[in-house]
Ligand binder design. Structure first.
Ligand SMILES: [Zn+2]
Length: 169
């Protein structure tokens, strides 16, 4: 029950993960349709057995403002899976400007990475090349979907067809 239900907009774009209770209500009120059920799992009440929703779709399109991921310290840590992008350590994490601010480096998804205090101190006011450090991954700007898919930590297999189709966009 804890994983929740993937809620799709009318155009099949993923909106959010909602609770099982909310999904039931939306389907019951005919505001959404059941697209996919969780295999081999049913919800039993005293008198009835219901399929457990995995994916539902709204009948009416919802217009949403910007759905990007907000640039915050915590979200950068999340993107980098809470590990130093230079040595892989998960301890004493800080934010590092790849190109230092003193050299015109910006605070952006592409220029900020998670770094442990030791690597950050070693790097100092230099670029990774200058400091002889190597980035494990090229930083990227995450999309909302990537956060849903990669960082919710509990993605149902029934969600995948709906998430994958939109990742390209
Ligand atoms: Zn490090």
């Amino acid at each position: 029950m804890s994983k929740g239900v993937l809620l799709l907009n009318q155009d099949y774009s993923p909106l959010t993960i909602c609770s099982m209770e909310k999904a039931f209500i939306l389907v019951f009120l005919k505001k959404a349709e059941l697209l996919s059920e969780v295999e081999d799992q049913m919800i039993r009440t005293v008198t009835r057995v219901y399929p457990m929703p995995a994916v539902i779709r709204l009948f009416n399109y919802i217009h949403l403002p910007y759905r990007g991921v907000v640039l915050t310290r915590q979200n950068i840590f999340k993107r980098d899976r809470f590990s130093c992008q230079y040595c892989g350590s998960g301890k004493n994490l800080t934010l590092d400007h790849i190109v230092p601010r003193s050299k015109g480096g910006k605070s952006s998804w592409m220029n900020l990475v998670t770094a442990c205090r030791r690597c950050n101190t070693t790097k100092g006011d230099r670029t990774p090349e200058e400091a002889g450090l190597l980035l494990k991954d090229q930083p990227h700007k995450p999309t909302y979907l990537m956060f849903l898919r990669d960082y919710s930590g509990s993605v149902r297999k029934e969600w995948m067809p709906f998430l994958q189709t939109r990742v390209k966009t």
